[in-house]
Design a protein around this ligand. Structure first.
Ligand SMILES: *[C@@H]1O[C@H](CO)[C@@H](O)[C@H](O)[C@H]1NC(C)=O
Ligand SMILES: *[C@@H]1O[C@H](CO)[C@@H](O)[C@H](O)[C@H]1NC(C)=O
Ligand SMILES: *[C@@H]1O[C@H](CO)[C@@H](O)[C@H](O)[C@H]1NC(C)=O
Ligand SMILES: *[C@@H]1O[C@H](CO)[C@@H](O)[C@H](O)[C@H]1NC(C)=O
Length: 180
C-alpha cells in the first residue's frame, strides 16, 4: 500500500537534488578549476617568539613516549623555498593535538592563510591526521574562503628538515584544490 507514495516521494527527492545542483552551477556561473600550490612551512621553537606553543597537556603527557594529550597552537610561516627568508606566501594558523597512544600522530586543524598574489586574503581549511612515522602525509582540504570558496582537495606534506635538538622543522607542502 505504501509503495506508491514512497516511490513518488523518492522521485521528488531526486528532482529536488537535480534542481538544486543546476541552481548552484548557474549561480556560480564559473567552471571548477584545479590549483596546485607548493611551499614550505617553518615551525620554530628555538626563538624568543616561537611560532608554535604548547598550550595544554594531559596529566601524564610528559611520561608518554608519544606525548599523548599535548595541544599546540601554531602561527607558522609559509615560504616559497626552504629558506626562511625567501618570499612569504602566507601563514599556517591553527592547532594540533598529539592524539595517539601507540605512535606519534597529530590531529591537525589549521587554516592556510595566503598573503600574496591572486590568492592574497583567501584561505584554505585543512583538517586531518599526521602520522609522524610516515614519510609522506596526506590531509584533506575541507573548505576555503575568498578565491577558495567551495574548495575541496588534499595536501601532501613531507619533512624537509628537522632539528632534533630544538624541534624546529621545515615541511614541504603540495596542495591540490578544486574551486571556482
Ligand atoms: C637556539 O638559538 C640560539 C640563538 O639563535 C642559538 O645560539 C642556539 O644554538 C640554538 N639552539 C640549538 C639547540 O640549536
Ligand atoms: C610522570 O613523571 C614524573 C617524573 O618524570 C613523575 O613525577 C610523575 O609522578 C609521573 N606521573 C604519572 C602520572 O605517572
Ligand atoms: C604514565 O605514563 C607511564 C609511562 O608511559 C606509564 O607507565 C603509566 O602507567 C602512566 N600513568 C597513567 C596514570 O596513565
Ligand atoms: C594583500 O592584501 C592586503 C589587504 O588587502 C594588502 O594590504 C596587501 O598589500 C596585499 N599584499 C600583497 C603582497 O599584494
Amino acid at each position: 500500500m505504501a509503495t506508491f507514495p514512497l516511490s513518488l516521494s523518492f522521485i521528488s527527492i531526486l528532482l529536488i537534488i537535480t534542481f538544486s545542483t543546476n541552481a548552484t552551477a548557474s549561480k556560480l556561473g564559473k567552471e571548477e578549476t584545479e590549483t596546485h600550490l607548493h611551499f614550505y612551512l617553518h615551525e620554530i621553537f628555538n626563538d624568543t617568539e616561537p611560532s608554535a606553543v604548547l598550550v595544554a597537556q594531559g596529566p601524564n603527557t610528559s611520561n608518554h613516549s608519544t606525548a599523548f594529550g599535548a595541544v599546540l597552537v601554531i602561527d607558522d610561516m609559509l615560504t616559497k623555498t626552504p629558506n626562511r627568508n625567501s618570499k612569504l606566501i602566507g601563514k599556517a594558523q591553527g592547532m594540533y593535538a598529539l592524539s595517539s597512544q601507540e605512535d606519534r600522530s597529530l590531529l591537525f586543524v589549521v587554516n592556510l592563510v595566503f598573503l600574496q598574489g591572486e590568492f592574497n586574503g583567501s584561505s584554505l581549511a585543512v583538517l586531518g591526521m599526521i602520522p609522524l612515522s610516515s614519510p609522506v602525509r596526506e590531509m584533506p582540504v575541507i573548505g576555503g574562503t575568498g578565491r577558495f570558496r567551495f574548495a575541496r582537495g588534499y595536501v601532501l606534506t613531507q619533512a624537509y628538515e628537522f632539528d632534533v635538538a630544538t624541534g624546529d622543522s621545515i615541511i614541504e607542502y603540495d596542495v591540490h584544490v578544486l574551486h571556482y
